[in-house]
Ligand binder design. Structure first.
Ligand SMILES: NC(=O)c1ccc[n+]([C@@H]2O[C@H](COP(=O)([O-])OP(=O)(O)OC[C@H]3O[C@@H](n4cnc5c(N)ncnc54)[C@H](O)[C@@H]3O)[C@@H](O)[C@H]2O)c1
Length: 333
């Protein structure tokens, strides 16, 4: 879809982005400001996640920022009232951390999202809400490329809570008429991700290690396939999905639709950065490895609903990401 057509759908509209100071939320905010939307960001700036004021520095005078928690009912009852579209991206994002602190994960990824839905029901039931689910909801992969009707067998509290939340969105749509569009996101990477740990956005972590000319460790043979999606392409899919009537009430995989081995991804990073060394290691005995098997998103359903494709190749996306962090590394390291 042409930018001018997207702008027609967003110009002057009130949009709320929860988790909007993080990677995906800030990239959506940048595109929406360009399309003339009135953007409000809600973010708690929790230290272990990707919230960073620098992410929105180009648009800081054009958006409203509220430092608040999606678990805060009062804040939501105020902030949701006049919004037409809500990108509900706030989350505990690490699936390994959800194993060590399942309560926190349930509080944010399930109860926090329930709070947003309940606030919408009470104060603004017409607001359309976008949910950012995860490919991890599928658990062990039986057949790839993975379609939306693949069984859901979540292996961690993170994936379980994302799945419970997704079901709750369907319930609020069916029973209370609160509209939503549901996504299951593959492996995103790109500018504006946190770069301080490897708990999620693994491509970004390897980019940091290569930029620091470090040894990059791969456990096992690195042959597992993953679907890496550049964050601009991902943001565009969510933006189009939110204003396409045929998407309402539906669930969509969003990824590049391309399978890349872990080894190939890391070698690509080292090649583009021009630094870093890849080392293969056996899996450490105490390592918590929630392996799902090869994963490639089947994006046929999404492409049948929106005029979109994930055009950025891994090489191009890694190149743009390296360029971004080279220009502002102190804000992220
Ligand atoms: N990055 C990934 O690998 C990935 C993959 C699949 C799905 N997702 C989902 O996409 C969404 C966005 O993730 P991201 O990659 O931009 O991560 P991110 O860490 O960059 O952004 C998450 C943001 O949510 C904020 N936040 C956390 N808890 C909050 C709360 N209780 N109230 C308000 N704000 C809160 C954080 O401060 C942060 O700014 C999340 O729902 C995540 O689960 C991410």
């Amino acid at each position: 879809m042409k930018d001018s057509e997207v702008a027609k759908s967003y110009a002057g509209r009130n949009v709320l982005i929860t988790g909007g100071l993080g990677m995906i939320g800030s990239n959506i905010a940048l595109q929406l400001v360009e399309f003339g939307a009135r953007v409000t960001i809600l973010d708690v700036m929790a230290p272990s996640y990707g919230g960073n004021y620098f992410n929105i520095r180009e648009i800081q005078d054009k958006v409203t920022i509220n430092i608040a928690d999606i678990r805060d009912r009062t804040a939501l009852s105020v902030l949701l009232r006049d919004k037409e579209i809500v990108f509900n991206l706030a989350a505990q994002v690490s699936h390994n951390d959800s194993l060590s602190d399942p309560f926190l994960d349930a509080e944010i990824n399930y109860l926090g999202h329930l709070n947003v839905l309940e606030s919408a029901r009470l104060h603004n039931p017409e607001a359309l809400i976008v949910h950012a689910g995860s490919r991890l909801q599928y658990g062990r992969i039986e057949q790839t490329p993975v379609r939306e009707d693949h069984p859901l067998n979540p292996l961690t509290p993170y994936a379980l809570n994302k799945t419970s939340a997704e079901n709750m969105y369907r319930f609020y749509h069916r029973v209370h008429g609160v509209p939503s569009v549901l996504f299951r996101i593959a492996n995103p990477y790109g500018p504006r991700s946190q770069m301080r740990h490897s708990k999620y956005s693994i491509v970004n972590w390897f980019i940091r290690q290569a930029m620091d000319d470090q040894e990059i460790e791969i456990y096992g043979d690195g042959r597992q396939l993953r679907d890496y999606i550049y964050v601009d392409d991902l943001a565009r899919a969510l933006i189009l999905g939110a204003v396409t009537p045929a998407c309402v009430g539906e669930v969509f995989n969003v990824g590049s639709g391309v399978g890349t081995s872990f080894k190939e991804m890391v070698e690509n990073v080292v090649k583009v950065v021009g630094k870093g060394v890849v080392k293969f290691r056996d899996w450490p005995e105490d390592y918590i490895n929630v392996e799902t098997g090869d994963y490639i998103s089947d994006i046929t359903k999404l492409k049948s609903c929106i005029d979109w494709s994930a055009d950025t190749s891994l090489e191009e996306g890694v190149g743009k990401t390296v360029e971004y962090y080279t220009s502002c590394r102190n804000e992220y390291w």
